[in-house]
Design a protein around this ligand. Sequence first.
Ligand SMILES: Cc1cc2nc3c(=O)[nH]c(=O)nc-3n(C[C@H](O)[C@H](O)[C@H](O)COP(=O)(O)OP(=O)(O)OC[C@H]3O[C@@H](n4cnc5c(N)ncnc54)[C@H](O)[C@@H]3O)c2cc1C
Ligand code: SF4
Ligand code: SF4
Length: 927
Amino acid sequence: MGSGPPVYCLLPATYYPLCEMSITRELRNILGDSKVKDDPGTITAYSTDASIYKLIPRAVSFIEEEEDVPKLLDFAHRRNIPLTIRGGGTGLAGGAVGSGIVADFSKYNQILEVNPQKKWVKVQVGHIYEELNIHLKRHKLMFAPDPASGDACQIGGMLANNSSGPRTLRYGTTKDHVLEIEAYLASGQKILIKKYKLGEPETDKFFYNHPEFKKIVQLVEEKREEILRREVKVKKNSSGYDLPALAHGLDGGYLDLPRFFVGSEGTLAVFTSATLNLVEVPGEKVTLLVFFEDMGEIAHAVGELLPIELTSIEIVDSSSMDLIGRESYDLPPSSEAMLLIDLDYGDQREKVERIKEVLAKYRLSVPLVEESEVSKQEALWRARKAILPTLYRYDPLKKPLCFIEDAALPSEKLPEMLLFLKELMRDYDFKFGAFGHIGDGNLHVHALVNGNDPAQFSKIEPLTAAGYSKVIELGGTIAGEHGDGRTRAPFVERQFGPEVYKLFWEIKNLLDPEHILNPDVKLSNKKALVNLDYEKLNWDCSSCGKCNSYCPSYEAHREDSFGSRGRFRVISYSNYDFREARDILDDCLNCKSCRVICPAGCDPAEETIKRWAEHPPRILAPWLGAMKRPELLERIFSLQGRSQKLWDNNFFRPLVELLSPTSFRLRSEVKLPRLARVSIRNRHPELVERPETELAYFYGCADGSFDNNTGEAIITTLDKLGFNVTLPKQSCCGLPMETYGFMEMKTEVARFNIDSLLRFEHVVTGCGSCLLALKEYDKLFEEEDPYHQKAIELAGRCYDFSEFIIKKTKLSSLSSISNGKRVTYHDPCHLRAAEITEEPRQLLKAMLADRFVEMDYADRCCGFAGTYYFFHPEQSEKIFERKREALKDSGAEMVVSSCPTCLLQFKNQMGEEIEVRHPAELISEVV
Ligand SMILES: Cc1cc2nc3c(=O)[nH]c(=O)nc-3n(C[C@H](O)[C@H](O)[C@H](O)COP(=O)(O)OP(=O)(O)OC[C@H]3O[C@@H](n4cnc5c(N)ncnc54)[C@H](O)[C@@H]3O)c2cc1C
Ligand code: SF4
Ligand code: SF4
């Protein structure tokens, strides 16, 4: 089925919306209301994945229980609507977009069982890859394949694409680690995908229940010779269906279904859970960096290096080094290729010596660099990881398009392929970057193309065809790890020849006769360059989905529309409509995690704020207006502090809930912060406005008025360390105003704060959000505005409390704290955005030594986010659940954080279970 009128709808075109409505209504009746959405925001967010395609689905269904799958398949058959199965939507070939119903598995994500002795895990397919390995760490085990998209891709997508990564050299691909998969065929029948021994009663029963497999076996046996003649002899392949695996299995007396189904890209079956083989987490790693003068020598050198049992070996070619900037990454000007080698098992010393011996024969641009310290290893990997994001920012119009981006060749053929590509790209006048896993012969090639320029666009097809012909000629595969999807489907026949290609179709017809599952993916007669997302081709955002992994709103909903990637899309497309997108905007916590994580330098949070600024919620204006007036706010808060019992009581709160507006309802169960009866300024009148001092304490609205100890701890510590502290006049930092788009108000408070604070040499704050706001005031002013320069000056004087202690005092003056508790640290999102993550840890480690423990997900949002908790308490609690688990697993008895509202969230959610402190409270005890 294409994107034309629905075939079941016999009414004239004007009635199609009614048909759509009835589809959604029927599907809701079948699955339940909350599991089906077709609002503009949702279908827009699901219309693309990380590929170049855009297909608007009719509706999106969210799989929460296994029973949903057969029901959905039955519905799709009855209504003849295609189903697109979707995991993290990070696929690069368009496999997770479709014009029918998208079935999103993100909410189907439980770990069902871990067997540490036998080293396997059973997991539902919606589980995110990296989160699985974080969980398995406690058993010192891991699921080995390591796609670079591991923070956002899901197990289902990995199985469907046969994903892999740099570690494939040592551990193989996803296929090599699958024991069993529970799945549904298009008919709605459940099957257990496993290796069946021929002749066993269980296998006979399987054939009896699923006669189509008997037929498949027959077809494979008939065409065995041609299947094996066309077998791709490379270390990884995700093109076509793995018929050689079936043929080899049958030779050995098995029906090897896992190898056959893994890599089928959602076109033959819907996977629901998988039992995966695990390996032990490797020990310490050594990283080597090598620069070759001559590309021609690489193939031979790699051939000599591979027997040394490397964990991974990566290549970056000279054009990539040129594009990312040799100077920026300290790359030798004459080098033609860079190799990055990781070693993490065996006798590493001996291996390093052997590598040196091998390399001594070749012309290197600079001597080999060896590193065993983790932070320095990361620095070595910096250039490799920078390639793709840099390519996105290289030219505002030309973007790195994925077409010949995933070939895998016999590794000795890779240099020849690179030289061929260099000439090809020169002939077509495209700049390009090439990099990849040379150990497995896997090459990622990205040409910079203006997709909206017809002259450039018309070159893509012949260029791709030429590139693929060369790959096939060299004995390679067109898809090493990303699948065929829509991009390579038209080239699959060229890869495998007409006879095997026909067999693929026969198998598809046997298992999915109505072509319900992912039509046009893997097998298609359509051209590759249709249904493209032309708008996205001009964005810096590649839709990689990495930001979703840090987006708390995504964590609460597990729906792409509420993730930062989907939000960014919804608000960036030209058909954006505020009313349709309001809920999606409203669910952004303005935590800035997306901009911190984005490899392409995008800032979905800022785009969200710009959209709010077009329609700021007027209902909040009086409250935010009061925050502009510090004396008034102080008085209001003090009054509330004195009357807390009254407005916190069971009678008053329901009344407040009733009176508050629907979109900003203050629910009665929400725990309000305890406010101080006397504000910090009134508790310390002697410190107020001392212009002769050098250090201003910017306490912010929270530490100025909450009933907590942070303010006193900061003042005491700084005083003991010999600094003269003052409490200068100050207004709200402006962050709450920014969150709701009141940018004029934010600019007003910025001017006020700049004028007041620039009088001091240092400005210290104990709140991550205040720090970030103070440091970024320059963004509010045009360059010619004098406040722009003043804001830059102020930014240079502002410090987080821990940062100030580390940078301006001597750590040795801190003695060890003796409370005996194990302590962990939670990163406040805005402090992380201000790039302060190490300093609080350094302080804690200095005071606690080995009683400091890291918790998993320390750098993920706690869900409070200023006002978010008050208006979205359920989501906020959902977001916190991950923290609760991580805290328990860490064994910590105290959590420390540098943000007053994060501390509030921990206190509210954990009660007496754990002690909650600001770093200043601990330090004040030991200085
Ligand atoms: C920045 C970036 C880096 C990448 N690096 C790598 C890499 O190093 N190695 C690599 O292998 N890939 C890489 N990829 C590609 C991609 O991330 C992987 O293929 C990934 O495994 C896809 O997983 P997903 O959950 O996002 O799947 P999706 O994109 O949602 O879907 C991919 C395919 O799987 C099918 N599918 C999903 N779930 C199921 C299911 N339950 N049952 C049946 N079919 C299903 C879909 O229909 C689709 O055809 C990268 C992508 C990006 C954006
Ligand atoms: S905003 Fe950045 S991280 Fe998020 S999808 Fe776009 S490119 Fe990826
Ligand atoms: S600011 Fe936070 S909540 Fe908003 S889109 Fe970014 S990561 Fe998600």
